[in-house]
Write a protein that binds this ligand. Sequence first.
Ligand code: PBG
Ligand code: ZN
Length: 400
Amino acid sequence: MDISSILQGGYQHPLSRSWQARSPLTKSMLMYPIFITDDPSACVEIKSLPGQCRWGVDRLEGFLGPLVKKGLKSVILFGVPVNCQKDERGTPADDPNGPVILAIKTIRKLFPEIYIACDVCLCEYTSHGHCGFLADDGSGTILTAPSVQRIAQVALAYASAGAHCVAPSDMMDGRIKEIKRALIDGGFGNRCTLMSYSAKFASGLYGPFREAAGSAPSFGDRKCYQLPPSARGLARRAIVGSSRIFLTFLFPALPQITLCLTSISHLISLLAHLTPFHSEQIRDMGEGADIIMVKPSLPYLDIIASAKELASDHVIACYQVSGEYAMVCAGADAGVYELKTLAFETVESMVRADPPFFVHLVYTPTLQLLLSFAHANVELTGATLILTYFTPQFLDWLEA
Ligand code: PBG
Ligand code: ZN
């Protein structure tokens, strides 16, 4: 089966179906990142992430039970192996007795209604702490081909263990295609969602996470695979690599063009020819991603809007990362603002971060296009899936 013909992996679960809707902030839009360690009875507080712990699998029932009662719908799992032998290729990542695979099975058994996503990366499991394989000449060069093969293997292991979604955060070129291929060939093409950390920036905001997950690189940094914070162009190319400069020039003129057109069917056929589906798609959309993620979120709201513009028919996710969470908490502790106010303000800005109106005109499906003529204020959104450590609090704060 061809990669681009697989859509079912993106909506195989009632929850992933709900993410296709454009709506105000609700509980089902929140995904809670949790850290699973290999001591089954662990509950170790993470100092730099107030209120968050590393959990052992035996503690998951007590930890998640009350949250499920309050309406928790989904989690994303991060493995934090402490008692394992890390090596060059990240062997412990798909250890059948490792924390992630055991946690998937445990959560599926305890809470079958919970949607389980798994972060897929090697940095928590490699001796050098980098997200891919390194050349052995000491230059720090990433070996892309073997890295993506290994990452696809790990993703398939998580899907086989029962994950509803695999989410590669490594930023190796070509890993989306390799993972999608592995999922399809392994029989999971229509059973497992592929969420790509597409536009992941080399941010200063990952510090608390690296402490929590023990995944800081032992030397160098991640700048040769994560994006430079100033790079809008690279972010757009990581999401969809088509060359649509011609169309971009046309956008400002579209409202005038539409006014001149007398027949609505002429207009629709014109717009149909301008959709991105007529141009070549490479990178994450073309490689088979079901969900496109932007990370971090608050300093990159423009990138969330760009993602929605480029991938308007995909679910757009964003990750309010550890440093963003710690920042909001620290300001509240210092009395600068109220925690709840800022938690809402930040997350709602991510939902709101939508592209300009004239872009909607071109990219939305035909029916919505017609509606948008009738109601100029048709509601559209930026991200509809938000990964946030504030999820437990939002479950208290939100009604539904
Ligand atoms: C590992 C990974 C990181 C995060 C998610 N997956 C850290 C990194 O890339 O260094 C960051 C999440 C957070 O800060 O909350 N590839
Ligand atoms: Zn990594």
